[in-house]
Design a protein around this ligand. Structure first.
Ligand SMILES: [Ca+2]
Ligand SMILES: [Ca+2]
Ligand SMILES: [Ca+2]
Length: 131
């Protein structure tokens, strides 16, 4: 799996070589800070893709040790909508360790989880390919 860190560094190097000032670079993106930034995948507490959000910059194989940033609310089995601001696909699973039902959200996707994934997602990873 390609690492995002190396991609971000490559982007930074290219920008420096070209002498460009890029204000939208994702280099400052930080996962799990409650803001879905460029390069991240957001899983929202409620439907509508707004409000409390569990934002992932890199894959997480177990949501049981995570909360919605700034709250004590568990992120496990507790998300109802998505926003994919990454250039990658995000794969969501109803079980920890990428097990159970397996769904895929393309880059740019915004929408509510289907019944299968509503309040059931327990792990997620990014990939350049779909399911
Ligand atoms: Ca973030
Ligand atoms: Ca985790
Ligand atoms: Ca689950």
């Amino acid at each position: 799996m390609r690492t995002k860190t190396s991609m971000a560094m490559l982007t930074a190097v290219v920008a420096a070589v070209l002498g460009l000032l890029i204000s939208t670079t994702p280099a400052g993106a930080a996962g799990k800070n409650g803001v879905v930034e460029s390069g991240e995948f957001g899983l929202y507490y409620v439907q509508g893709s707004s409000g409390l959000v569990f934002d992932l910059f890199v894959s997480d194989n177990d949501f049981r040790d995570d909360v919605f940033p700034g709250t004590g609310i568990s992120a496990d089995n507790n998300t109802e909508s998505y926003r994919n601001r990454d250039s990658f696909w995000w794969h969501v699973f109803t079980g920890v360790g990428y097990t159970g039902s397996h769904g895929c959200l393309p880059s740019g996707h915004v929408g509510n989880a289907s019944a299968t994934y509503r309040n059931t997602i327990s792990s997620a990873y990014y990939s350049s390919s779909s399911c």
